[in-house]
Design a protein around this ligand. Structure first.
Ligand SMILES: [Zn+2]
Length: 129
């Protein structure tokens, strides 16, 4: 019961409601659209709705949270050469074809490159430079 009360208290926070709106819009949009496009549709749509109907400061605070998390992920990526997103997905990037492969894969399923265990995978950004 205590957990449920805390959960209800958390959901009643405006910033949490903002993120729930983004999540619901993302789920609806991803039925029809590509994942990246749905992300932008949901985040811009929720921000627009919030600024029009709710407190704009909540949307601003939510975006500050998103930017802080994004900054931390990028800092980890460049300081420690570690891709947190891929790590959480249990995957690594093939150094030959730059496709995502399973963390424990020994041969890339896309280009058949033999992956050594010390090859942690490379970041997508390096391909773009
Ligand atoms: Zn490959």
């Amino acid at each position: 019961m205590e957990v449920l009360n805390n959960l209800l208290k958390l959901i009643s926070e405006p910033i949490v409601q903002f993120f729930l709106w983004v999540a619901v819009l993302f789920i609806i949009a991803s039925v029809f659209l590509d994942r990246k496009i749905s992300f932008w549709v949901s985040s811009v749509g929720a921000t627009y709705f919030w600024i029009k109907n709710q407190d704009p400061l909540v949307a601003l605070r939510a975006w500050l949270v998103v930017l802080s998390v994004f900054t931390v992920v990028l800092m980890i990526k460049y300081l420690f050469n570690l891709n947190v997103v891929l790590l959480l997905k249990g995957r690594k990037r093939c150094p030959m074809c730059f496709e995502e492969v399973h963390r424990k894969a020994k041969v890339c399923p896309h280009c058949h490159h033999t992956l050594r265990s010390e090859e942690k995978g490379v970041e997508r950004e390096k391909r773009m430079l």
